[in-house]
Design a protein around this ligand. Structure first.
Ligand code: GLY
Ligand code: MN
Ligand code: MN
Length: 356
């Protein structure tokens, strides 16, 4: 955590700032390890503080020993103003994508004068793009738990069950194994519902012959996982197998072909070309993947319009799909980490076509 504060200080110097205030919960967690729901991290060249309220002071001291924990008065902005005066800060950055200029400027105006509020973007996020060995361990644990839950659910699903029963079982299983919860609302989309890329589990009964798209993940130690598998229930026809194998081929091509330095657009094309050649180009209507870490969706993006460069240490999903309205859909999603000469999959759940 100290290293993260040091990186931030270098960025302060680069942008000629005397300090920065961080309120976005994921960025706050990244810099502090503090999991409470309210608090501000302020970093200046000489100090690093976590300002929170009475409910969280003790927790903050435990979780963020590298920061000066300050309990604020009834009005947080009054305390913040005093600290800004203490630090003699004049040019202070704030997260323009998260809070408005008026929040910081108006509320502090009476307290302090002559402070220049500087909107910043990606101030913390740009460091979060590159995962440390410790973060990779946390991610691997969150991925492993999702893999285990998928394995469990294969022995659980039976025709006649509702999609929601399957989602509930997945959630229960992961929480019993230590997850804080699902990293997003679980998708169980069976039969024709499979053409809804984000078909949240419904009351629909799962029937023999359905393909079922299950997209889920665990939140564990502050990190999220995200995995999709598509299974056939009881039996499968030729079309189900053909579409499945097209998606699998596209997914494997991306895993094989993505190299450091590629753009998100080039990576996306590796899968998209295969799906298009088979005639399903119009049925793959979302990007190939997204970064993942503390948030389920972070930078970089892999899509036809992404100009992000994929670099060593980045962790992202690879999730091509084919969706046919009225018929259903197939998606296969793994999490990978970029290494020196290509990507390595953190997801280990098997992905050969499977009838359960
Ligand atoms: N479940 C959301 C996603 O795969 O991005
Ligand atoms: Mn997913
Ligand atoms: Mn995803």
């Amino acid at each position: 955590m100290e290293k993260r504060i040091e990186k931030l200080r270098k960025e302060l110097a680069k942008q000629d700032l005397d300090g920065v205030i961080i309120n976005h919960p994921s960025n706050r967690f990244y810099l502090s390890g503090f999991t409470g729901s309210a608090g501000t991290v302020m970093v200046t060249p000489a100090s690093a503080m976590l300002i929170t309220d009475f409910r969280y002071t003790e927790q903050a001291q435990e979780q963020a020993p590298h920061l000066e924990v300050i309990e604020h008065d009834l009005k947080k902005m009054d305390t913040l103003g005093e600290l800004i005066l203490r630090e003699k800060a004049k040019r202070i950055g704030f997260e323009a994508d998260f809070e408005t200029f008026s929040t910081v400027e108006q509320q502090l105006k009476e307290k302090i004068e002559n402070v220049e509020w500087v909107p910043t973007q990606n101030f913390v996020e740009k460091f979060r793009n590159y995962k440390s060995p410790e973060e990779l361990e946390y991610l691997q644990k969150a991925v492993d738990l999702a893999d285990l839950a998928l394995e469990h659910i294969c022995g659980f699903i039976k025709p006649g069950m509702k999609e929601r029963d399957v989602a509930l079982e997945l959630e229960f299983f992961m929480r019993k194994k230590g997850a804080k919860g699902s990293s997003f609302e679980i998708i169980v989309a069976s039969g024709p519902r499979g053409s809804l890329p984000h078909g949240i589990a419904s009351d629909k009964e799962i029937k023999e012959g359905d393909l079922v798209v299950i997209d889920m993940g665990a939140r564990l130690n502050g990190y999220a996982s995200d995995v999709t598998r598509t299974f056939a229930i009881g039996k499968a026809g030729e079309k189900e197998k053909e579409i499945y194998n097209t998606v699998l081929e596209a997914q494997l091509a991306a895993i094989e072909g993505i190299k450091p330095g590629m753009s998100g657009q080039e990576a996306d094309k590796l899968s998209r070309d295969i799906i298009s050649q088979k005639g399903y180009g119009n049925n793959f209507g979302h990007g190939l993947g997204h970064g993942i870490g503390i948030d389920v969706h972070e930078s970089p993006r892999l899509s036809p319009i992404s100009e992000n460069t994929l670099e060593k240490g980045m962790v992202f999903t690879i999730e091509p799909g084919i969706y046919l309205p009225g018929w259903g859909g197939v998606r296969i999603e793994d999490i990978v980490v970029m290494e020196d000469d290509g990507v390595r999959s953190l997801t280990r759940a098997q992905k050969e076509f499977k009838i359960i």
